[in-house]
Write a protein that binds this ligand. Sequence first.
Ligand code: PLP
Length: 351
Amino acid sequence: MATDTRDQVNPVRINLYSDTQTLPTPEMRQVMAAAPVGDEQTFDDPSVNALCGRVAALLGKEAAVFLPSGTMCNEIAIRVHCRPGDEVIAEASCHILNFEGGGPAALSGVQIAPLPGRRGVFSADQARAAIRDTHRYAPRSALLEVENTANMGGGTVWPLADVRAVTEVARTHGLATHLDGARLPNAVVASGVSAAAYADGFDSAWIDLSKGLGCPVGAVLAGSSSFIDEAWRWKQRMGGAMRQAGILAAAGLHGLDHHWDRLAEDHAHAALLADGLAELKGFVVEPCETNILFFDVGNTGHSAADVAARAGAAGLRIGAMGATRMRAVTHLDVSRTDCQEAVRILAEVTA
Ligand SMILES: *Cc1c(COP(=O)(O)O)cnc(C)c1O
């Protein structure tokens, strides 16, 4: 993703770069400091155990494992579901294909069949057409992956009917199914569909703690008991097994308790931003469904990198995600006033 080295010179006043930029709140730091802990590797950390139980129940799965990052959730799940030479069906803009350093190829020896979706969502017909015939010439279609919300699609919420349709196709053809739920909490809050209903058709599913929920570190991967046993083996092998990780898990529990429902505020702020930017000359704003807003600045005569640099100099950090496509993400540390100010800055730097 885009980098910004300017903030040493120009302090960031408004940070719309990503919802990963949130800082732990004073209350979160307090519960972290006071967390009951033990060795998570021997299942003696009460905070980690509580977090895993909580997320397993939330996603309607038998068990869960606490991991350092969402990327590790994806990479371990792919490793458990697939063998080298297998193929994973996913949407072309997905995180596993574009933002994990080639992890599926490097760590699992799999290739990805990228489906051209609509705003990150693909259809059951597309999934069906992508499944290979069983033949020694062809890679084995082993896993179907869905990203909900779809980040690069525009923070898109998958309709539940579409999720059910594509997982049903996978199941019928004997493929495993994996849900990248980095922002599943946003999808749940925006749609009113429960996390368990969304995760229902999947063999594995995870949520990130370090995005909208505002934690410093961590993600939780859930599935059947036997899937989680295997995931633990890979967590150990890859060096993701921690010790008194309850310090981090306590932040997760706090985020689930206090920062879940408030995601609605982030969505309202993103909508406000969308309305404001739509008024600006030369801005083409994509539909805004959750906390992620993409827009194009090509018609202003500026490149995305140029607008990001100028905004940065004015104290607004924002992502350039293509030649002229930009991304703004709202979160815990962005207020309504910040969004109004961001629109003003973007108007000024593109005038
Ligand atoms: C951020 C993100 C990830 C990776 O999560 P990390 O915790 O940053 O490793 C995976 N998938 C999607 C859709 C994401 O947005």
